[in-house]
Design a protein around this ligand. Structure first.
Ligand code: HAM
Length: 415
């Protein structure tokens, strides 16, 4: 037997309605905020993620599914959605259209991580990207989209926000980080010693215990924000308050991807263990230029579908079950089965959910199966019924049976 690859999951027929529910609520919220769906390829040129996500991030250095295709090009399965959307925005000249460009996507993403509860190698995201608007209201509206989604899914999840400034204030902060970390270099992991040289902000994102201990007392970015970034952050907070969104400031959020500037945020649940971040995002005003486009302000987030479903289950959220068949048509034998098949087709053509036996089972076994399916009615066609041109329709709820002429069966179930 061939097993499923480590870190991946099947969504089975009995569970897929839960996914469809989350996806439909996500689309409903997207519509409410006038976002349009964008679909980009599952794989891109590796260079896109090296440049976009950042060469010192764990995602790029350790987690990408990268391979050479038969044309000897380096290809990567997308580890996240933002870089691909940015590429598409530039390539398709979306910046020449109506701005802001407000987009969403539902995608699979791939990261070679150590699998554990809530951490997979193939996972799924609902993501939002808004291009062209630099106002703090845009940051607040983007956070509000995530907040609305979580609330519509019946979840109460804590929001943490921070600002990591712009290149101007980041330069002073990077220097402060270097001054702080220099005497502790010996206690840091090998990766962090590289990060110290290349991108000191990444030091704050290390998962190693020894590094986390040193990070505890590192200088806080909020103390280094330039005047514009500080004013922007104040405005974001005031818009969130205006929208009635509760938040807490966490100066330790730096995010795991390099493109962020100014506002960053995470919705973190305490109910699903270590991988509690169900949604993360922020502003990334430098990415489009970094990828070769015109300077373009941008802000977005992504929520992990698997994690959302985990929190929903933990919180006892009841997801509406799929609609059950209205009628199961049970034919006793040969010609009766054919009649059942014909009537099922006519009923379906009129929009009635109808099921029919495909297993050539006995009437008793068909009843058992109809019960398992949760069919509301079973329409029995035996020899007598066939002769008299009617089905014997039994309500599975009340047990009552009524004869219904074949010619009136559609009308019967449509009423
Ligand atoms: P991210 O924080 O890397 O951000 O991922 C967003 C969400 O995807 C996480 O909060 C989590 O729910 C889910 N997720 C990430 N990795 C895994 C995994 N291995 N297994 C299961 N779920 C996972 C981004 O991806 C950014 N592109 C978000 C963004 C959009 N920022 C601006 N625009």
């Amino acid at each position: 037997m061939i097993n499923i690859p480590k870190g991946t999951k099947d969504v089975l027929p009995q569970d897929s309605y839960k996914w469809q529910y989350v996806e439909s609520v996500a689309r409903e919220v997207a519509t409410l905020f006038n976002l349009k769906e964008i679909r980009t390829p599952t794989f891109e040129h590796t260079e896109l993620f090296n440049r976009g996500v950042g060469e010192t991030t764990d995602v790029v250095t350790k987690e990408m599914y990268t391979f050479k295709d038969k044309g000897d090009r380096s290809i990567t399965l997308k580890p996240e959605g933002t870089a691909g959307v940015g590429r598409s925005y530039i390539e398709n000249g979306l910046g020449n259209g109506a701005l802001p460009a407000k987009m969403y996507y539902l995608i699979p993403a791939f990261r070679y991580e150590r699998p554990q509860a809530g951490r997979l190698r193939e996972f799924h995201q609902f993501g939002v990207e808004v291009y062209g608007a630099s106002s703090a209201q845009t940051d607040a509206e983007t956070i509000l989209i995530a907040d609305t989604l979580l609330k519509k899914l019946g979840l109460q999840i804590k929001l943490y926000i921070n600002s990591i400034g712009c290149p101007t204030c980041r330069a002073a902060y990077n220097q402060a980080l270097k001054d702080y970390f220099h005497p502790h270099l010996g206690a840091l992991c090998g990766d962090c010693r590289t990060r110290f040289e290349k991108n000191p902000l990444r030091l704050l994102d290390c998962k190693e215990e020894g590094c986390k201990a040193v990070n505890k007392d590192a200088p806080k970015i909020l103390d280094y924000l330039c005047e514009d970034c500080a004013a922007h952050f104040e405005e974001v907070k005031s818009c969130l308050a205006l929208a009635g969104v509760d938040y807490e400031i966490d100066p330790r959020i730096v995010r795991g991807l390099d493109y962020y500037t100014r506002t960053v945020f995470e919705f973190v649940s305490t109910s699903i263990g270590a991988q509690g971040t169900v949604c993360g995002g922020g502003r990334y005003d430098g990415l489009i230029e970094q990828l070769g486009g015109k300077p373009t302000p941008a802000v977005g987030f992504a929520a992990g579908i698997e994690r959302l479903l985990m929190v929903m289950e933990q919180s006892g959220v009841v997801i509406p079950e799929p609609i059950k068949p209205t009628v199961y048509l049970a034919g006793m034998d040969g010609d009766c089965r054919k009649k059942a098949f014909e009537l099922a087709t006519i009923l379906r053509n009129h929009g009635v959910i109808a099921e029919v036996d495909l297993m050539e089972r006995s009437l008793k076994a068909q009843f058992k199966y109809a019960d398992k399916l949760g069919a509301k009615y079973v329409a029995v066609i035996g020899g007598n019924e066939l002769e008299e041109g009617r089905a014997n329709v039994k309500s599975m709820e009340t047990g009552e049976s009524v004869p219904v002429a074949f010619g009136e069966i559609v009308e019967y179930f449509l009423n």
